[in-house]
Each structure stands twice: as structure tokens, then as C-alpha cells.
Design a protein around this ligand. Structure first.
Ligand code: ZN
Length: 81
């Protein structure tokens, strides 16, 4: 897995509740130009994790945000599913 990019350490993350897998967490920036992107309301996943594009960049259009991994619900202050 790719290391977290610490340049974005203080940026608010985007999380999607994937039930028993935990919270799928992303850095809401464009992988091409580095702009802040508008994350989709829903995330598409398959057995291997997130798939396809999941955000819109004002410059690049549809892009895939950098995925940081799955986190526990507790880290988000949420009850376990
Ligand atoms: Zn972009």
C-alpha cells in the first residue's frame, strides 16, 4: 500500500461507511493537479476495495482520490456496525 502523503496531513478527510470493512478514508485532492476536489456522495467498492472514479476536479473532471485505507468506526466516533 502507498504511504500516506504527509503534505496533506492537516486536510479534512473524506470517509465512507463500508459497514464491516470499516470507514474507507480518502484525501479529497486531485491526483493529477493537487486541487481540492468534490467527493461523491457514495463510494463504489468491490471485494478488493474502492473502484473507479469517486470525485470531481474543477480542472480535470472525474478523478480518483488517493485512498488511505479502512479505519475503525471508533476512530470516527461511530458505533460498530
Ligand atoms: Zn485536477
Amino acid at each position: 500500500m502507498k504511504h500516506p502523503d504527509y503534505a496533506y496531513e492537516h486536510l479534512q478527510r473524506v470517509g465512507y461507511d463500508c459497514h464491516y470493512d470499516g470507514i474507507a478514508q480518502f484525501v479529497p485532492v486531485c491526483p493529477k493537479c493537487g486541487r481540492y476536489v468534490k467527493a461523491d456522495a457514495k463510494l463504489t467498492t468491490d471485494i478488493s476495495g474502492p473502484v473507479g472514479t469517486n470525485a470531481t476536479c474543477s480542472k480535470c473532471g472525474r478523478v480518483t482520490m488517493p485512498f488511505e485505507g479502512y479505519f475503525d468506526h471508533a476512530d470516527y466516533g461511530m458505533a460498530e456496525p
